[in-house]
Design a protein around this ligand. Structure first.
Ligand code: HEM
Ligand code: CA
Length: 301
């Protein structure tokens, strides 16, 4: 029910408005591209791409935004609000927050050097958000089989999972999300023996072994952290993945061979990333008369 020409008549400048908004935000802070891409992923994995991640909590509703893993971690809400305001000024009560977030993620990837893909539109916004839907978001502490299962339960296969993990070619992670690998891997009291030695030294200096380093930031791709390229996959081949869940892609033969492919074929990565992003963007969408077109992405009408 999504349609490639959904807003052609009702909001012809939509793509331009979104692109300008994302461009301005990235100009102000490079990392914002990554934060916006992740926000879309979390929206889609938790109850479908319906803008539910954007809703503020109310006295009767505890939503996704302020629940783990988004709490003190998900970013970019202000950027979405600014773009929504500009879209409302051009085309009042027409474009959903869910479609805006979907378009924003595509522009964020494109403007940092990544691929571009076509997207059918017409998503509607949810009337609720439920913190418990965040349980579907993969955790960096869980085994690969669990993460794979979380993707397949949304209709995304192992190839989608590996290629979409390439989103970690941009952006940052807080030390607590990978620190046990640096000092106490699997309760051994030692670092993960597989981490590349120079990356290990680097990460240990960014994330010293004390609680007050938990929210320090390290790039997920330590070579080209603000460029959307296939370096993430090259890093995995070189034992330089940051999250345990990233490096785990090299421990299974099937996922490892996909990683190796993308590490040598950047254009294959780009085309498959676009295809899988389009697939992600259709997960659990609501269309037609369901849901609503929110006026303000933070609150239901
Ligand atoms: C495969 C399972 C995944 C796991 C376990 C995972 C986990 C994480 C974690 C722990 C962080 C750091 C959060 C923080 O420090 O607060 C992160 C950041 C990020 N993730 Fe993922 N992620 C996964 C998949 C994805 C996918 C599919 C995408 C997009 C296509 C994505 C895009 C990002 C981006 C861009 C960042 C950086 C955000 C920023 O700098 O603000 N991740 N992820
Ligand atoms: Ca990169």
């Amino acid at each position: 029910q999504l349609d490639y020409r959904f807003y052609d008549r009702t909001c012809p400048n939509l793509t331009r408005i979104v692109r300008f908004g994302v461009w301005s935000a990235i100009l102000n802070e490079t990392r914002m591209a990554a934060s916006l891409l992740r926000l879309h992923f979390h929206d889609c994995i938790a109850n479908g791409c319906d803008g539910s991640v954007l809703l503020d909590d109310t006295s009767t509703m505890k939503g996704e935004k302020n629940a783990p893993p988004n709490l003190n971690s998900a970013r970019g809400f202000q950027v979405i609000d600014t773009i929504k305001t500009n879209v409302e000024n051009a085309c009042p009560a027409t474009v959903s927050c869910a479609d805006i977030l979907t378009l924003v993620a595509r522009e964020a990837v494109f403007l940092t050097g990544g691929p571009y893909w076509s997207l059918p539109l017409g998503r509607r916004d949810s009337l609720t958000s439920n913190s418990s839907d965040n349980q579907h978001i993969p955790s960096p502490f869980e085994p690969l089989e669990n993460i794979t299962a979380k993707f397949t339960s949304k209709g995304l296969d192992m190839n989608d999972m590996v290629v979409l993990s390439g989103g970690h070619t941009i952006g940052f992670a807080q030390c607590f999300t990978f620190k046990q690998r640096l000092f106490d891997f699997d309760g051994t009291g030692k670092p993960d023996p597989t981490i590349d030695a120079s990356l290990l030294a680097n990460l240990q200096s960014t994330c010293p072994n004390q609680d007050n380093s938990n929210t320090n930031l390290a790039p997920l791709d330590h070579v080209t952290p603000s460029k959307f390229d296939n370096m993430y996959f090259k890093n995995l081949v070189n034992n330089s993945g940051v999250l345990g869940s990233d490096q785990a892609l090299m421990e299974d033969n099937t996922t490892a061979s996909i990683v190796i492919g993308y590490s040598t074929l950047p254009l294959l990565f780009f085309s498959e990333f676009g295809a899988s992003m389009a697939k992600l963007a259709s997960v659990g969408v609501i269309t037609g008369q369901e849901g609503e077109i929110r006026k303000d992405c933070k609150v239901v009408n």
